[in-house]
Design a binder for this molecule. Structure first.
Ligand SMILES: Cc1cc2nc3c(=O)[nH]c(=O)nc-3n(C[C@H](O)[C@H](O)[C@H](O)COP(=O)(O)OP(=O)(O)OC[C@H]3O[C@@H](n4cnc5c(N)ncnc54)[C@H](O)[C@@H]3O)c2cc1C
Length: 519
């Protein structure tokens, strides 16, 4: 039987499909991307990118391209109707990922960087105006049928695996027979991107020492919950909760928009309404992420209200978790069961973000004045500072190992100033003390080499990181989650054997580690 046309068929070329296409392109997989639209989504959506997302973009080799288009974030301030601080989500500073904890961006610019990245890979074929309408799963491949909207003709391709990055109303999810678990938050909001010639009035507490507005503000006003977010350049985002008396059809007309903006004193002559739309913010989780050769990633698998800025970031994590597993399974370096760990690891992780976003939403979206007064009294009496969440992966490759397994690995700098991941690439890394590296028996060295991991003898920041972990070695996965830590060669062997889905983990290959450098 002829082999499939492609290793992987990605359906949907939003930020998640484009991220996956970059990682698969880097991995040399023959990939096709089918996208219904002719260009990137034109309505306002994501504005916040966290340090983990930025590190994934670094892995794609696109950090230098994206950085000039980003602003660094500091805090999200939640204030009462009379301006008192209720909650502070602090995001300032460089975090353990080696990047700032949070950035702000303009989604079309991010998508254009991601799409530009994909064009580096001749093995990735992007077909716009291709509307997928049927999937037929067979033993060795999936037949994907689509309409070429440009010519009005029907076409098809075959792929070993199909990944539905096709957004909230996913066709792939329906073909998988997966239901959406409703996490019960579905509020309507007006989302507005403005270009301002002069900064808005009335937000001095959100400005830095130069007067530039850098904090986002969540106005927990029961009369109209509102979000304000400064964006790069002259752009500013407002989100207004739709109230029962609003007419959704007319509320996005310019005269109504400028009425909503009155508290910020926005001059229509010195401003432009770039985009305005009414969205329903859903919260939902797919009951299945994989069925055979069909998998989901991004909004097709999970949706959450944007109060934490984590919807797309969670989709980027999906791409980071999935691409190396596809690569290893398709190359025959891992058993197909490795792909089952994708759903089990990701689903509980993203649930933690959805639940917190829904909880924050219930604080922000209180419209009963008495309940709002009580909320304000409680929160002012108990000032709360929320740091970025750092959930563990759900059960997966790490088995029942205790933390730090399944948590994020830090990204130390090498002694030559390079960041660790730039050195490792999208591969496993074993970061170990010089003492442990010198003590590694040949068999363990061969096991590391056989699983295409990079062995690094830690110095400087790397050694300090191992001391923090109280470990002689840490095994870091390509998506930068910790597989496990070890203090002896035997423990390191045991951690490496957690890659139990890898045939190489059980039969030691006769290769030596690719690299043993000092950092
Ligand atoms: C107002 C708002 C603010 C937000 N703010 C943030 C934020 O600050 N930070 C954050 O991380 N997230 C945020 N999000 C969430 C974020 O925008 C989404 O999670 C993200 O865009 C989802 O990306 P995706 O690639 O999974 O799906 P999408 O961007 O929806 O892409 C899906 C693609 O699939 C294509 N497609 C669908 N069906 C088919 C088919 N049958 N055939 C071919 N193509 C198909 C579609 O045309 C589309 O291009 C926000 C969302 C909203 C609404």
């Amino acid at each position: 039987m002829a082999s499939p046309d492609f290793d992987v068929c990605i359906i949907g070329y939003g930020p998640v499909g484009a991220s996956l296409a970059n990682l698969l392109g880097q991995s040399g997989l023959k990939t096709v991307v089918l996208e219904r639209e002719s260009s990137a989504y034109h309505l306002p959506r994501a504005v916040a990118l966290d340090g983990e997302g930025m590190r994934l973009i670094q892995t794609m080799g696109l950090a230098d391209e994206l950085l000039p288009r980003l602003d660094v974030s500091r805090n999200i301030r939640h204030v009462s109707a009379d301006g008192k601080l209720l909650l502070l989500l602090t995001r300032s500073g460089i975090g353990p990922e080696g990047w700032n904890n949070a950035y702000r961006f303009y989604q079309p610019e991010l998508e254009s960087v991601l799409r530009g990245g994909v064009s580096r890979f001749p093995s990735v074929d992007v077909r716009a105006r291709s509307d997928v309408y049927a999937l037929d799963e067979r033993d060795d491949e999936v037949r994907v049928r689509y309409e070429n909207l440009a010519s009005g003709t029907l076409a098809e391709v075959t792929g070993r695996y199909v990944i539905g990055c096709d957004g909230a109303r996913s066709t792939v999810r329906r073909f998988m027979g997966a239901a959406l678990q409703d996490l019960r938050s579905h509020e309507r909001w007006i989302v507005l991107d403005m270009v301002l010639e002069q900064p808005p009035a009335g937000v001095p507490e959100a400005a830095d020492e130069t007067g530039r507005v850098i904090d986002a503000i969540q106005y927990c006003d029961p009369a109209r919950p509102t979000t304000f977010i400064p964006m790069p350049g002259k752009r500013h985002r407002w989100e207004f909760m739709l109230m029962p008396h609003d007419d959704p059809a007319t509320i996005i007309q310019p005269e109504r928009i400028y009425e909503l903006l009155k508290p910020w004193n926005i001059d229509p002559v010195k401003s432009t309404i770039e985009r305005a739309v009414v969205y329903t913010f859903h919260s939902a989780l797919s009951t299945k992420w994989r069925r055979g050769r069909l998998l989901l990633a991004g909004d097709s698998a999970h949706q959450m209200p944007p109060f934490l800025g984590q919807g797309m970031c969670s989709g980027l994590r999906d791409a980071g978790n999935l691409a190396w597993k596809l690569r290893d399974v398709i190359a025959g370096n891992a058993l197909d069961s490795l792909l089952d760990t994708y759903e089990s690891e990701r689903t509980e992780h993203v649930r933690a973000y959805i639940e917190l976003a829904v909880e924050l939403g219930s604080v922000i979206q209180t419209t009963d004045p008495e309940k709002a007064r009580q909320r304000d009294r409680d929160l002012i009496a108990n000032p709360t500072m929320l740091r970025p969440l750092a959930p563990r992966l759900g059960p997966g490759l790490h088995g029942d190992a205790s933390p730090p397994a399944a948590t994020r690995a830090a990204q130390p700098r090498l002694t030559d100033g390079k960041l660790l991941d730039d050195y490792v690439g999208y591969r496993f890394a074993v970061l170990a003390t010089r003492h442990l590296v010198d003590a590694l028996p040949a068999a363990t060295q061969a096991r590391i080499g056989g699983t295409n991991a990079v062995l690094i003898a830690a110095e400087g920041e790397g050694a300090a990181y191992l001391a923090d972990l109280r470990a002689g070695a840490v095994v870091i996965r390509p998506d930068r989650y910790i597989l496990g830590v070890a203090s002896t060669p035997a423990e390191l062997d045991a951690v490496l054997s957690r890659r139990r889905c890898h045939p190489a983990a059980t039969s030691i290959a006769q290769r030596t580690p690719q690299t043993a450098a000092a950092i």
